[in-house]
Design a protein around this ligand. Structure first.
Ligand code: HEC
Length: 225
């Protein structure tokens, strides 16, 4: 993925983050891009870019939330525009750094189960249904992809997917230094690498739903062999 394309993806995401307080079109106009460029497909490049994004976004979001409250009270739009530009630059910088260094330590940590982790508990059938929707939802990524874009008809899975979790996954080992991967960790890896998004909240219903649905995917994958 070219730097320019990635920057556009970041900007699209940024504009979503700001949507609460700034009208979408304002940010789009200021940032000077149009939504809807082609979906980039690089895997490792996007894993690396995701790091930069995470770094850039950490800055952007911190500013965004601190300043966002004022905006809600009805400040002039001009101010919002200035900020949108500043934050976009911050992200672009983060991205440049990220691409030079590969997956960051913080991102490697973010896809690992935290120590005090309690998965969300819910009705399995409901979680699967919700997970199937999320699996097809492009708004989960920053680059226009949905999980299903890659995994439609069981595509792109490696034979390791048949194994019981936790198990070795090439992407986890190569890009994240993980010897073993739990299924929910795999969901997070695909969130931050190919989807170039932030990991889902550990313990969230969304993560549980996507994890449950991935079990359905696994069953289909095994049955197909
Ligand atoms: C750009 C393409 C792409 C997208 C989008 C994507 N993945 Fe993946 N996914 C892959 C690839 C490639 C692999 C194989 C990784 C490997 O075996 O090293 C994989 C593997 C997996 C596996 C199986 C790993 C194993 O145990 O062998 C699961 C589960 C998975 N993805 C879930 C998801 C979920 C959930 C999403 C959406 C949040 C998603 N993927 C989005 C490319 C993608």
């Amino acid at each position: 993925m070219s730097t320019n394309e990635h920057r556009k993806a970041l900007l699209r995401k940024l504009s979503r983050n700001l949507m609460v307080s700034v009208p979408m079109m304002t940010v789009v106009a200021v940032a000077g891009f149009s939504a809807g460029s082609g979906a980039p497909f690089g895997l490792v490049p996007s894993a690396e870019a995701a790091q930069g994004e995470a770094e850039g976004e950490a800055k952007g979001e911190a500013e965004g939330s601190a300043k966002g409250e004022g905006e809600a009270e009805g400040r002039a739009e001009g101010e919002a525009e200035g900020r949108a530009e500043g934050e976009a630059e911050g992200e672009a910088e983060g991205e440049a750094e990220g691409e030079a260094e590969g997956v960051s330590a913080s991102l490697k940590k973010a896809v690992r189960r935290p120590e005090d982790y309690t998965p969300y508990q819910g009705n399995v059938a409901d979680l699967r249904a919700q997970g199937e929707k999320l699996f097809n939802d492009t708004s989960l990524s920053s680059n226009g992809l949905a999980c299903a874009t890659c995994h439609v008809n069981g595509g792109l899975y490696n034979p390791t997917f048949k194994n019981e979790y936790p198990h070795v996954v090439a992407m986890g080992q190569r890009d994240f230094g993980m010897d073993m991967v739990y299924l929910d960790e795999m969901v997070q890896i695909c969130m931050v690498a190919p989807m170039a998004a932030e990991p889902l909240e550990w313990g969230s219903e969304e993560l549980a739903a996507l994890t449950e649905y991935s079990r359905v995917e696994q069953k289909k994958f095994i049955d197909k062999q």
